[in-house]
Write a protein that binds this ligand. Structure first.
Ligand code: ZN
Length: 225
């Protein structure tokens, strides 16, 4: 799952025009990347309303990600890369982990928190609920973002601007937004010049070695670090 409306250029332009009419910029410079300022984000906005990360970032393909949960636990992948229900197009290289509501979500990679939304409490199996997802977005050193969706209301443990370590707890999983069952949607994204985002294939460091193509139905444990 996740928000599917990613190329809403006109929507963004309209929003920016509205914001600038009030003398507010929706984005600001942060570490060389344009990110949303926490004070300017509103729960009425959607993730697609802000451009995050470095445009045309060059992803570090040598980086081995952690699985986005703790040690000694694992959760089955219910949608892997290219899964038919909703991991197509811009969402092709993302993963859904079946996770009970309230499960700790951990950073798959270190970075700086650039966006947090945890005020929503509604989820449903329809795109209409997409704007109601809670999430945390972490900016990586290569300008890509790690994004964690459908989180439980009020569960964020990090703030915008905070530097987070690999494996650090971010929030608890939930069932908010466009979601048919409790799960965590995780993806690494890059913003293109046309303001659209695309997900990137990333590899994971599991207890049984590096995994480049996680499989639907599989469980993976984090490597001991
Ligand atoms: Zn998903």
């Amino acid at each position: 799952m996740r928000i599917v409306r990613l190329s809403s250029v006109r929507r963004v332009a309209a929003l920016l025009a509205w914001l600038s009419a009030f003398g507010i910029a929706a984005e600001e410079e942060h570490g060389g990347a344009r990110v949303a300022a926490s004070s300017r984000w509103s729960a009425a906005m959607t993730r697609a309303d802000v451009r995050l990360g470095r445009v045309d970032a060059d992803h570090d393909d040598d980086y081995l990600y952690r699985l986005p949960y703790g040690d000694d636990v694992s959760f089955p992948i219910i949608q892997a890369y290219g899964a038919k229900l909703s991991h197509r197009g811009a969402e092709h290289f993302t993963l859904d982990f079946a996770m009970p509501v309230g499960t700790p979500v951990h950073a798959a990679r270190e970075g700086v928190v650039v966006l947090v939304e945890d005020s929503h409490d509604v989820g449903c199996a329809s795109g209409e609920c997409a704007p109601l997802a809670n999430f945390v977005v972490v900016l990586h050193s290569d300008g890509t973002t790690g994004e964690y969706f459908h989180l439980e209301r009020g569960s964020a443990e990090v703030r915008v601007g905070e530097r987070v370590a690999r494996g650090q707890r971010l929030a608890r999983s939930g069932d908010t937004g466009f979601s048919t069952a409790p799960h965590l949607h995780f993806g690494v994204y890059r913003t293109g010049r046309d303001r659209t985002t695309e997900s990137l294939a990333v590899r994971f460091k599991t207890r049984s070695g590096a995994v480049g193509t996680p499989r639907s139905g599989a469980h993976y444990l984090n490597a001991i670090e």
